[in-house]
Design a protein. Structure first.
Length: 203
């Protein structure tokens, strides 16, 4: 008898929110965008070339209420020993990413992290066409990459083709999971994303 067996590994959770669920968050984003100078900047220059990153304040409670219910679901699928823990959103920020800006491979300080896409002003096809026009041929344009070690000890990428079809979608993953964000080139508008760190508490 022949059979196939895979080694277990961890992954991520994805979800799509409604416009109504995200309205308080979008309202704060609009306020920040109206006057960047009056809001608190976040500096991730150790990994990022993104110049406009700002702390979220007014919509944090709403964001926490959206994100935290997915943590028990994550543990049910990937890590049952953490089931029953309590969680809180430690910090959250918005990235106004411009063409050519990127996040190098990095991890987060939280037990869990996330990326929530509010505005992605391009399609993957547009990005592929642009890169092909300058003789740069790639199948992983302008996306999000996870990196993990397989059972042979090799680093493997997992590419997510992020474009405008991802608006209102979130991915939630362990904070120490290595990941990166590639640049885009075909729009003068911002790619707007929300990121944050979730902590586990024993209280």
């Amino acid at each position: 008898m022949t059979y196939i067996a895979n080694f277990p590994n961890v992954g991520y959770i994805g979800h799509e929110f409604s416009n109504a669920q995200l309205k308080p968050i979008r309202n704060e984003i609009n306020t920040i965008q109206e006057n960047f100078d009056t809001h608190t900047k976040i500096n991730h220059s150790f990994t990022s070339t993104v110049k406009k990153e700002y702390k979220l304040v007014e919509s944090v409670d709403n964001l926490e209420a959206l994100v935290l219910p997915f943590l028990p679901i994550y543990h049910q699928h990937f890590d049952s020993k953490e089931s029953g823990k309590n969680y809180y959103l430690e910090t959250a920020w918005v990235n106004f990413q411009e063409a050519g800006e990127f996040f190098a491979p990095h991890t987060h300080s939280g037990d869990f992290s996330f990326a929530l896409y509010l505005q992605v002003p391009f399609t993957i096809e547009e990005e592929h066409d642009y890169l092909s026009s300058i003789d740069k041929h790639t199948t992983t344009a302008s996306g999000f990459n996870f990196f993990y070690t397989d059972a042979l000890g090799e680093i493997k990428p997992n590419y997510l083709p992020i474009d405008k079809t991802w608006e209102n979608k979130i991915i939630i993953f362990p904070g120490k999971m290595l990941h990166s964000v590639q640049p885009f080139f075909t729009s003068t508008e911002f790619r707007i994303t929300i990121s944050g760190n979730v902590r586990i508490t024993n209280d």
